[in-house]
Design a protein around this ligand. Structure first.
Ligand SMILES: [Zn+2]
Length: 362
């Protein structure tokens, strides 16, 4: 692995820009570093969201990780903190704007270079530039019902309830319950709406995992020729595995694996990355466009890409997105078959809930 800096290693950095311009089947994985200039403050910084929540709950001792851990949500006070945090975070993400990095990846996608764009970010800023994203940890743009599993758009109205420390109730469940009661049937619980994000120790969250695995399988089949990782210091176990798997495939196909991030990563990555560029992702993205004229020659390059790749990869990418929306419940049932006993138990619970819904509709 070669460690490069934009100014000191200008020639190598420019060579990488040209590699990107030539790549045809890229996979991109992004993290918090691409959203730093969007207006969303770092959770842990002074005056950041975490500090603000702690001020509201001065007697509670909870770490950032515990706040995002489903097993801690059984504690009433932590649950209240979590929901307040989610309400505030929603308002921050809706006020944020996409960065230079988001626009850069959108341009690469428009040129049919990207097979899949994965992100660890839950801010959904990709949607603001119409960039299809596989959201590894979910999104703050949706809430789902923990009873009937209905997923709807996260709105300011939901955020206002969350900010008071409670989850909003599901309209669908409320309507169904009203019908049940009118016909004299026994009472069912009305579901709570939860932000559609991945929490630590969430054994019920099997749908997202199955969907991501499906996308990765497609990538491995498509002989990807470039892996670009941006704005992450690779702390999350699942993401580390994803990158190792994809990098192996890229190297097998003779391609390159590049990390762009402000801070460096450890020696464990020496054989995974070919290059590590120590830079702000926005600044680096601007440089690639300057080197290669990617932004100015979009139409020409798109035309060329269409002739050579016939957009096969893009249709797979879109297929994945479609599948996620249509088959959410089907995935929830299928995904359990290869998992451990805990997950099977969770799946049984979710099946019971689905059956309850079916029952109420009859
Ligand atoms: Zn519901």
């Amino acid at each position: 692995m070669q460690v490069l800096k934009i100014r000191e290693n200008a020639r190598n950095v420019e060579e990488i820009s040209w590699q990107i311009a030539r790549a045809k089947k890229m996979v991109v994985v992004t993290g918090a570093g691409i959203s730093t200039s969007s207006g969303i403050p770092d959770f842990r910084s002074k005056g950041g969201l975490y500090e603000m929540i702690k001020d509201k709950f001065p007697n509670e001792k909870v770490t950032g990780q515990q706040l995002f851990d489903k097993s801690y949500l059984n504690n009433e006070k932590i649950r209240k903190m979590f929901y307040t945090f989610m309400g505030e975070l929603y308002s921050l993400t809706t006020a944020a704007v996409p960065t230079m990095a988001h626009r850069f990846f959108k341009r690469l996608a428009d040129q049919k270079k990207i097979i899949h764009y994965y992100t660890q970010n839950i801010d959904n800023l990709e949607a603001a530039v119409n960039l299809d994203a596989v959201q590894l940890h979910g999104t703050m743009s949706e809430v789902y019902c923990d009873m009937c599993k209905l997923t709807v758009q996260f709105t300011e109205m939901h955020a206002e309830v969350f900010k008071k420390g409670f989850p909003p109730q599901c309209n669908e469940c409320q309507q169904r319950e009203a019908t049940r009661q009118a016909s004299g049937k026994r009472k069912h619980r009305i579901g709570d709406l939860q932000p559609n994000i991945t929490l630590y120790n969430d054994i019920d969250d099997t749908t997202r995992g199955a969907y991501i695995q499906n996308c990765v399988k497609n990538d491995l089949r498509k002989k990807i020729d470039y892996l670009l990782i941006a704005g992450t210091s690779l702390k999350v176990h699942g993401v580390k595995n994803l990158i190792r798997q994809l990098a192996k495939s890229v190297h097998h196909n003779g391609g390159k694996v590049v990390l762009v991030n402000l801070s460096g990563v450890g020696k464990e990555w020496n054989t995974v990355f070919d290059y590590q560029i120590l830079a702000d992702v926005d600044e680096w993205a601007g440089l690639v466009e300057e080197h290669t004229g990617l932004d100015k020659t979009q139409k020409v390059l798109t035309g060329l890409a269409n002739k050579t790749s016939k957009s096969v990869n893009v249709s797979i990418s879109k297929g994945c997105v479609k599948r996620r929306r249509k088959d959410r419940d089907q995935d929830r049932e299928n995904a359990g078959s290869n998992n451990d006993n805990n997950k099977k138990k969770a799946l049984k619970r979710s099946k019971v809930e689905v059956l309850d819904v079916v029952e109420t509709l009859q």
